[in-house]
Design a protein around this ligand. Structure first.
Ligand SMILES: [Mg+2]
Ligand SMILES: [Zn+2]
Length: 192
């Protein structure tokens, strides 16, 4: 009998808006969810390279009173189901509902999970026994990159806007790797 394949302990932690899907700002209706070009292919490649996939998203719209916590959960169930039909398994979509200056008291706080804080990454890494040293955070903003670095993992910055400043010019992070797309990033991991 062949040995049971061990669950991989390396993971890619993905930002949601602007990394997986077109950033429509405070997305809440699945009908407005639109994957960016190459993302489907990129996620399949990451899976083939044995990375488990997690999503970590700041959703301050909850604290701001734009939509309820449960609506984000419902949206995420739909995204997970949609991805499953594409053969892509998202292990968990975590989100931070907080903001220091919100309007909904229960979510108005200086939390440990809003990126660039590493709370969501640490929570998922512990829950799923992820090896931080072999994992990568990828996103389209500096707060994503910082969250990864703050959690002690490598970070990759998707710079779809060629006019944006380079990583080395921002917060003195010369080691932060930049890519033009999620697919560009995934392809770089073939030799990682
Ligand atoms: Mg983003
Ligand atoms: Zn939070």
């Amino acid at each position: 009998m062949p040995a049971k394949k061990e669950t991989s302990r390396k993971a890619v932690f993905l930002d949601r808006d602007g990394t997986l899907n077109k950033n429509t700002h405070y997305l809440i209706d699945f009908g407005d969810f639109e994957l960016l070009p190459g993302v489907e292919q990129a996620l399949r490649l990451l899976q083939d390279l044995d990375y488990r996939l997690f999503v970590v998203s700041n959703q301050s719209g909850v604290a701001r009173g734009y939509f309820p916590f449960e609506a984000v959960e419902a949206l995420h169930r739909k995204i997970e189901a949609h991805m499953a039909t594409l053969g892509i398994r998202l292990e968990e979509m975590a989100f931070c509902p907080h903001h220091p200056q919100g309007s909904v008291a229960a979510y108005t706080m200086d939390c440990d999970c809003r990126k660039p804080k590493p709370g969501m990454l640490r929570y998922l890494a512990t829950k799923y026994d992820v090896d931080i040293s072999r994992s990568i955070m990828v996103g389209d903003s500096m707060s994503d990159a910082m969250a990864g670095l703050n959690a002690g993992m490598a970070s990759a910055w998707i710079k779809s806007d060629p006019g944006a400043p380079r990583a080395g010019q921002v917060d003195n992070l010369p080691n932060l790797k930049e890519f033009v797309s999620l697919l560009d990033f995934a392809e770089s991991l073939r030799d990682f």
